[in-house]
Design a binder for this molecule. Structure first.
Ligand SMILES: Nc1ncnc2c1ncn2[C@@H]1O[C@H](COP(=O)(O)OP(=O)(O)OP(=O)(O)O)[C@@H](O)[C@H]1O
Length: 273
């Protein structure tokens, strides 16, 4: 069980605000943190990692206290068993893929087999002798994720780790992350703006705004999209659309800003009321 309550004064564009977030994570749970820019997502992760000092609260990870205002306990960041992956991969450029992982795993029992297992889990075995400069963005991010796990963390902090990647690479890495999470069962906080990514990976989502928790609950299902073609223009600005893959017809208000004609392609986002 990971249990924390963190408070921190924020200097935001909208003036002074207080980040105030309390949460308990079950072992192996993957919780997404979402919210608009400036909500405090990165600050929350930095506070958990000990990279910023909270103004108050506590962080308890299993039986270990990482921070407790009342007793003034503070575990420095280098002694917190966690993995932190950012958008930019921050790999050691002069070390090979295998050496990057081995460096992180060094000094731990079973380090050799763990590195081999992680190379396999992240589909990196063939890239093991290469240096980061000879890898694509997606490959480098797989190394960064594997390296975070090589420290055998009790908590994995992922700050938009896939946001810089193109859509196909991102989707493939989401699958790798889902598989690896199933295999290693690491308690994880994942900052993400992508509802599809959150729905695919997270058990719960915490929505932050201006430092406050707006909602904690199951991820919202992403709105499904349907493709179709305009078959007729109806009075009242409606379009009659034939959905792809079947005979179904729907009448929808024409999206503003452009004139439509029969034969035009459309993508419809389905909302459920
Ligand atoms: N150490 C700090 N002390 C006080 N205020 C901070 C500190 N770090 C960031 N802030 C402010 O707190 C607010 C939240 O920043 P943060 O980077 O956590 O937001 P975010 O939700 O991660 O945003 P984004 O999605 O754009 O990355 C911002 O207005 C920022 O300027």
């Amino acid at each position: 069980m990971i249990d924390f309550h963190l408070r921190k004064a924020l200097h935001t564009a909208a003036g002074p605000r207080t980040l105030d977030v309390a949460l308990a994570l079950a072992p192996g749970e993957l919780v997404a943190v979402s919210g608009p820019s400036g909500a405090g997502k990165t600050t929350l992760l930095r506070l958990l990692a000990g990279l910023d000092r909270p103004d108050g609260g506590f962080v308890r990870v299993e039986k270990q206290v990482w921070y407790e205002q009342e007793t003034r306990r503070w575990l420095p960041p280098q002694r917190r068993p966690l993995g932190f992956v950012f958008q930019d991969y921050a790999l050691f450029p002069h070390l090979t893929v295998r050496e990057n992982l081995a460096f992180a795993a060094a000094g731990q029992p079973g380090a050799g087999p763990l590195v081999t297992e992680l190379l396999d889990a992240f589909e990196l075995a063939e890239l093991a002798p290469r240096r980061p400069g000879a890898l694509s963005g997606g490959q480098q991010q797989r190394v960064a994720l594997a390296r975070a796990l090589a420290r055998r963390p009790r908590l994995l902090l992922l700050d938009e780790p896939l946001a810089a990647l193109d859509l196909p690479t991102r989707q493939r890495l989401q699958q790798v992350l889902a598989d690896v999470h199933q295999r290693f069962g690491l308690t994880t906080l994942l900052v993400s703006h992508d509802p599809a990514e959150i729905a695919r990976l997270a058990h719960r989502v915490v929505e932050l705004d201006l430092g406050q928790v707006r909602r904690v609950g199951p991820p919202a299902l992403p709105a499904p999209a349907l493709a179709g073609r305009v078959v007729a223009l109806l009075p009242g600005g409606l379009l009659r659309v034939q959905l792809a893959g079947g005979p179904a017809l729907v009448d929808v208000p024409a999206p503003p800003g452009r004139a439509y004609a029969p034969g035009d392609a459309l993508v419809l986002t389905v909302g459920v009321q």
